[in-house]
Design a protein around this ligand. Structure first.
Ligand code: AP5
Length: 217
């Protein structure tokens, strides 16, 4: 199965992606994680991406298209993949279509996780991260010991783009540049909208049911 997770910042794409990846044994390709890894390794890509990301702007399409083309060509994607955070613009979606057509693949499902702005702001402003990749929320998904990762015991931190001004900008950018993809994939009859305002486990049950339908096709 080849899946795209669509949704505004903070909708829970990363949270659901981890569960989907484990349950359906699909590689989880998060362009945000790839970019953050490049930033922490001080690569030239990371240096170019950093200022866009901390302002809550999108990183230029040509960089993302190259990243995704390379990642999808790896062996672990031959049996399917799940894209989280890509595409985010119509040119990125068109490029993905071309990349997949060239390799005889197609998208099977696009899951659009829908959550209102007020809830998104609460989720993003309370999110805390660990450098091991674990993600928490101060109220909705707190670590056992405040400020410390359950898994590796490192100190948790707040992403630069989870600060108030960047959050506001990310929501504006999402509406302008990414929301049009809802129509784009709806027209292709690939879109399924999931209510992302419920509890994490309830959302995953719905996601699982939807994806199991696709698996049977
Ligand atoms: P990226 O890392 O992709 O960020 P995002 O899309 O803004 O998404 P988030 O990671 O903020 O949220 P999420 O939906 O994954 O929610 P999560 O599960 O963490 O991108 C970052 C930046 O990189 C972009 O702004 C851009 O600059 C750049 N970039 C990346 N891809 C790009 C592309 N294709 N093109 C151009 N630029 C690109 O959950 C959020 C919080 O809520 C967590 O604390 C979680 O515990 C909590 N939570 C989750 N679900 C629930 C629930 N059901 N109830 C209560 N709390 C919940």
């Amino acid at each position: 199965m080849n899946i795209i997770l669509l949704g505004p910042p903070g909708a829970g794409k990363g949270t659901q992606a981890k569960k989907i990846s484990e349950h359906f044994s699909l590689p989880h390709i998060s362009t945000g994680d790839i970019l953050r890894e490049n930033i922490s390794n001080n690569t030239s890509l990371g240096l170019r991406a950093k200022s866009y990301m901390s302002r809550g702007e999108l990183v230029p399409d040509e960089l993302l298209i190259t990243i995704v083309k390379d990642r999808l060509s790896r062996k672990d994607c031959s049996g399917g993949f799940m894209l989280d955070g890509y595409p985010r613009t119509i040119p990125q979606a068109d490029a993905l279509q071309m990349i997949l057509t060239e390799s005889g693949k197609k998208i099977d499902a696009v899951l659009n996780i829908s959550v209102d702005d007020e809830e998104l702001i609460k989720r993003l402003s309370g999110r805390r991260m660990c450098k091991c990749g674990a993600s928490y929320h101060v109220n909705f998904n707190p670590p056992k010991k405040e400020g410390v990762c359950d898994a590796c015991k490192e100190k948790l931190y707040q992403r630069d783009d989870d600060k108030p001004d960047a959050i506001k900008n990310r929501l504006v950018v999402y509406k302008k540049q990414t929301q049009p993809l809802i129509d784009y994939y709806n027209r292709k009859k690939l879109l399924r909208t999931i209510d992302g305002s419920k509890e994490i486990s309830q959302i995953f049950e719905e996601v699982k049911n939807v994806l199991e339908e696709y698996e049977k096709l």
